[in-house]
Design a protein. Structure first.
Length: 126
């Protein structure tokens, strides 16, 4: 999967953070799943219990490094609190949804409810 650094990483990351972000990016380079594929899991999680359903119509999906205080060495020894933030916009049966979630949370889909840690914005039809 293609992962980039956060837009303001030079302002937000220390030199050590940059090294950890590069390690996470190298780890994910071997992942055959795309950002859109992982976003599909997050979208379905965001829509649970709303009556809307995913139409598998993801308009935009991206992945970038981000710090996550709830993750520690999720991508190997020495990666610390570095994680990957997945953002996506998708069309649903009720309109559109915009989501953001940490990849380490998406890995827990089905095992834990992580919606409280996601960014979810729904746009409905009028």
């Amino acid at each position: 999967m293609k992962v980039t650094m956060e837009k303001d990483y030079k302002r937000l990351y220390t030199l050590e953070d940059i090294d950890r972000a590069k390690a996470v990016m190298a780890y994910e380079k071997e992942d055959e799943e795309t950002a859109a594929g992982w976003a599909g899991y997050a979208i379905r999680e965001a829509l649970k219990g709303t009556g809307a359903y995913d139409r598998d119509d993801i308009l935009m999906a991206s992945a970038h490094t981000a710090k996550n205080c709830r993750a520690w060495d999720a991508y190997g020894d020495g990666t610390g609190d570095m994680d990957i933030w997945i953002e996506a916009v998708a069309r649903t049966s009720e309109g559109f949804v915009e989501v953001g979630a940490y990849l380490s949370d998406i890995w827990q889909t089905g095992a834990t409810d992580y919606r409280q840690h996601m960014f979810i914005q729904r746009y409905g039809r009028i």
